[in-house]
Design a protein around this ligand. Structure first.
Ligand SMILES: [Mn+2]
Length: 317
């Protein structure tokens, strides 16, 4: 039983270091720091650290710890929400005594001494809450702050309970989490209020996307356009899902030019697109994934694949 093994490992180690993926989103922070809070209040005598490069727009969720290399000696390391080892933020994750992976992405890279992956979960934050439910008779405690973090992770990864990954369990856990004391209104404002320039960039996106007769969508944001809106590549990534309501669109791709390469963001309403992302050294979920390419000719190759996937797609949208 993997949850029991993870709980035993937690009880065994005095130092526990939590990691998550690079370019963090609310579920990365929520699962990492939500578990961090649970462990801090459950085992006040242990040393618990949440590490990684901070993302300014997510400071409202949690500020992270900076630790020396020697803290990893004889530490338990838990990596949350991170499918493959290259994407772990702070590559010291493998310098502990024992490594645990907790994730909801396809388990292509089953790293760690203990590996708990459930692709049926809406988010890793949902798994962390499930872990708490499992362990609450065995020493795990929950507080308002952990509940706020896990709730933020679930809301983030389900697109506010909209994506098909949202299950009965997701709603049940969310219902239990909102019994804790935190302001949902404030959390939603912190998560979804956008700067004026990003709203206007969204206007550009809506004006300039292209759609093929087969339902393949494409949007190119070069550095010049981003600069004219005072926007960064990471800002543009936030806008990818917004095309989802275009009628007839099956799958779509944002090509976002960065200084040295082109960030590729895939979304789909049906055709499987993470297989395409993998061909271009990326990965992710079947209907939401990403990759990085280095030329515009590669972008054409990506679009040819997406076009094919849309043409072959027989299912409903
Ligand atoms: Mn996630």
């Amino acid at each position: 039983m993997i949850k029991e093994e993870i709980l035993q490992a937690i009880k065994e180690y005095d130092t526990i270091i939590l990691h998550r993926h690079v370019r963090p989103d609310p579920d990365a922070y929520g699962s990492q720091c939500g578990l961090g809070e649970i462990l801090k209040i459950s085992f006040p005598e242990k040393h618990i650290y949440c590490v990684g490069q901070e993302e300014e727009s997510l400071h409202f969720l949690k500020r992270l710890d900076k630790i020396e290399d020697q803290v990893y000696d004889n530490a338990l390391v838990i990596v949350c929400d991170t499918a493959n080892q290259e994407r772990v933020c702070d590559q010291r994750y493998n310098q502990g005594a024992k490594l645990v992976k907790i994730d909801h992405h396809p388990n292509d890279d089953a790293y760690g001494n203990l590996c708990w992956v459930d692709t049926g979960a809406s988010s890793t934050s949902e798994l962390i809450y499930e872990f708490y439910l499992y362990g609450k008779e065995k020493g795990l405690k929950m507080n308002d702050e952990a509940a706020r973090l896990l709730y933020a992770g679930i809301v983030g990864d389900t697109g506010r309970f909209l994506y098909p990954s949202t299950t009965e369990k997701t709603f049940k856990y969310a219902g239990e989490l909102i019994e804790y004391n935190f302001s949902r209104t404030q959390l939603y404002n912190q998560m979804y209020d956008m700067e004026e320039n990003i709203i206007r960039l969204n206007g550009y996106v809506m004006q300039h996307f292209e759609i093929s007769p087969a339902g393949a969508g494409k949007l190119v944001l070069d550095q010049e356009t981003l600069a004219s809106y005072g926007a960064k590549a990471s800002d543009a990534s936030q806008l990818v899902s917004n095309l989802g309501s275009v009628k007839g669109l099956k799958a779509w791709v944002f090509f976002i030019e960065e200084e040295n390469d082109i960030r590729v963001r895939f979304r789909s309403k049906g055709p499987i697109i993470n297989t395409i992302a993998k061909k271009f050294n990326g990965g992710g979920h079947p209907l939401a994934s990403g990759a990085t390419i280095s030329s515009w000719s590669e972008a054409e190759a990506v679009m040819a694949e997406v076009e094919k996937a849309c043409q072959n797609y027989q299912g409903s949208l």
